[in-house]
Write a protein that binds this ligand. Structure first.
Ligand SMILES: NC(=O)c1ccc[n+]([C@@H]2O[C@H](COP(=O)([O-])OP(=O)(O)OC[C@H]3O[C@@H](n4cnc5c(N)ncnc54)[C@H](OP(=O)(O)O)[C@@H]3O)[C@@H](O)[C@H]2O)c1
Length: 606
């Protein structure tokens, strides 16, 4: 709540301070001052007629709060009806006891750090297929770098045995959409997908696929378990559907507003200084043709006054039924028509009324439509108008509401206020009418964009159908594509889903995978032409490096090492080669090359 009273920690209520209310935050009132006869109008006074349980200026609302609240004012009538309406909008049907209990509960709420319980889990990297040959090495590389990892696996016991009992683990099967629960993606910002249809030797193998570690010998392969279509295509569809809602889209996510045929409205309500006895008043409405393009826009407008010690207006969304997960994004972009004033956006990640609001001020330019980017990293945890030094980090996966003075992922608030925080004043504040058209609020991914999904595919995916190819010179998977349930065809279809998804991606297509160590010189190529081998450990390192490289974003490439099949690559454990700067390779990559260009080329008739 922007503004309300709180008893101090002194249980005798010998002094009071205002809660979270910028205007009053630093004001302290002694008991004697509060009840001074010199104060002609009460700031917040509940009279006997409206509350049946009040008696002789003493009100017995709860066991913890028993005094009438008074404060000084600039002598203007207070609109009790609007006060009740405000509480009704945010708290439901107006039971007087409920209203005052909710108010009083906020007076006596715990400290900010106790009140705020959201988890700080942003930035987790989810590894799908973490029990596979590449996947488990990806986990290893991430852990060595100290990065937060979660794994998505089919078999918990197998995963714990392989990765240790302390691994952050979720159980799911990508072929079954219902097993990919939204909770799995909370706090996840990036994903490495090393899931693959299982191919094993026809003659059998040990459960840990020992034959793949025996060096260069050809085993007649067959599909084990789910078909390539199920894993590589249907499974990819399911995974992408789950990720789209969670890891972020290149074009961002509309949180509120109207854009190119799409729209999203939020349950905004006014939350003005009336809740503390002030007389400022605001509203939020949709103007059908008020946007810069003549389309609809939201309009935050009102009249702000410092009478009765007030000085702020805001609009706040009701708490969202399901917390808005914006973990995949870096901030919120507001499209507003400025009026030269400074406003605030507050985002809340708790359902409680009186909690930390992650707050940021923004300046507007008079009479100009402008896009204002507010980075999550610059949100300041504010509680009762003061910065909370030890607040939990902002968790963009848990937005409950917005307030304009804007804030919550459980709610948002947009605000125009005389007060900033920590005792500072808004330099642009003037009393009187104001208007802020807001046509959209969009979550955005900051530039330079880096991949959100790194996928381990396979060299050769475009070759089975490629005209004029000498199959005898191709790897087994290309030659045996049909026998293996069209494995490469479905891998390509899965890749296409990624490229079309709008999720910033990298597709790494290794040549034949080996159990050799990383370290050999590499060849990166595009167009799906090369053959050769590469170490699984090296592929894992490439995947992790791609996560942070803008050069790797939206690229598809093949990779192998320079060492021929006939030669075993080894390293001296005492003197291992230095880790590569993979950006050098990523920088050579081009957009839009997949090898499908060859399939689309029509043969020249002779
Ligand atoms: N082998 C090669 O020479 C070669 C060459 C080029 C490219 N590639 C490609 O490189 C990639 C990685 O290879 P790899 O050797 O690491 O593969 P892998 O060892 O076979 O690992 C596959 C992983 O996917 C998981 N998985 C399979 N189906 C799943 C499902 N429905 N839901 C969730 N997880 C599932 C497996 O889990 P379980 O442990 O539960 O089975 C396993 O963790 C694959 O796409 C492969 O096709 C391989």
């Amino acid at each position: 709540m922007e503004c309300c009273y709180s008893p101090t920690t002194n249980p005798s209520f010998s002094s009071f301070k205002f809660l979270d209310c910028e205007s009053f935050s630093s004001t302290r009132f002694s008991r004697s001052r509060l009840s001074s006869p010199r104060l002609s109008n009460p700031f917040l006074k509940v009279n006997d007629r409206i509350n049946p349980i009040s008696h002789q200026h003493k009100i017995y609302y709860s066991r913890t709060y028993k005094k009438t609240i008074y404060a000084e004012s600039r002598n203007q009538g207070w609109d009790f009806g609007r006060f009740v309406k405000t509480l009704y909008f945010f708290n439901g049907p107006p039971s007087p006891i409920k209203i005052f209990e909710s108010l009083i509960a906020s007076f006596s709420s715990p400290s900010a750090s106790e009140a705020e319980k959201s988890m700080d889990a942003s930035g987790i990297i989810l590894v799908a297929g973490a029990t596979g040959g590449v996947g488990r090495r990806v986990v290893d590389v991430l852990r060595k770098k100290g990065l937060p990892v979660r794994v998505l696996v089919r078999n918990k016991e197998k995963a714990e045995k392989m990765l240790g009992p302390d691994i952050d683990l979720v159980v799911g099967d990508i072929t079954k959409a219902s097993t990919l629960l939204p909770d799995y993606f909370k706090g996840v910002k990036k994903v490495i997908n090393a899931v693959s249809v299982i191919v094993g030797p026809k003659e059998g193998d040990t459960p840990d696929r020992a034959k793949y570690s025996q060096g260069i010998k050809f085993f007649e392969p067959e599909i084990k378990g789910d078909s390539p279509e199920m894993v590589e295509y249907i499974g990819m569809q399911n995974l992408i559907k789950a990720l789209k809602d969670n890891v972020g889209l290149r074009s961002g996510k509309l949180v509120f507003g109207f854009e190119d045929g799409s729209s999203r409205v939020l349950p905004w309500g006014a939350l003005d200084d009336v809740v503390m006895g002030g007389v400022s008043e605001s509203s939020f409405l949709i103007v059908p043709n008020g946007s810069e393009t003549g389309g609809p826009t939201g309009l935050f407008k009102g009249i702000v006054s410092t009478a009765n010690n007030g000085g702020f207006t805001s609009i706040r969304t009701k708490n969202f039924d399901v917390a808005e997960n914006l973990c995949g994004y870096d901030g919120l972009e507001l499209r507003v028509k400025g009026d030269g004033r400074r406003y605030k956006l507050i985002v809340r990640t708790s359902r409680d009324w009186d909690t930390v609001g992650y707050t940021i001020g923004f300046d507007t330019v008079k009479d100009q439509w402008q896009s204002i980017r507010l980075a999550f990293s610059s949100l300041r945890p504010i509680f009762r108008a003061k910065t909370v030094v030890d607040a939990l980090a902002f968790d963009p996966s848990q937005i409950i509401s917005l307030q304009a003075c804007f804030p919550n992922f459980s709610s948002f608030i947009l605000m125009f206020s005389k007060f900033e925080y920590d005792g500072k004043l808004n330099p642009t504040f003037v009393e009187g009418p104001f208007e802020l058209p807001v046509s959209s609020i969009r979550a955005y991914i900051a530039d330079p964009i880096t991949p959100r999904l790194v996928h381990v595919g396979s060299a050769g995916v475009t070759r089975p159908e490629r005209p004029g190819l000498d199959l005898s010179k191709q790897p087994p998977a290309v030659r045996l594509n049909k026998e293996l349930g069209s494995i490469l065809t479905f891998k390509l279809k899965g890749e296409d889903l990624i490229r079309e998804s709008g999720i910033p991606y990298t597709i790494v297509r290794p040549c034949a995978l080996t159990e050799e160590p990383a370290g050999a010189d590499l060849i990166f190529d595009q167009g799906d032409n090369i053959t050769g081998k590469i170490s699984r450990e090296e592929v894992a390192r490439i995947c992790v490096a791609a996560l942070e490289s803008p050069y790797a974003c939206d690229k598809t490439f093949e990779v192998k090492c320079v060492v021929p099949f006939s030669e075993q690559y080894t390293v001296d454990p005492e003197n291992p080669p230095p880790e590569k700067d993979y950006d050098v390779y990523f920088q050579s990559l081009k957009d839009g090359i997949t090898g499908k260009e060859m399939l689309e080329r029509t043969p020249v008739s002779v």
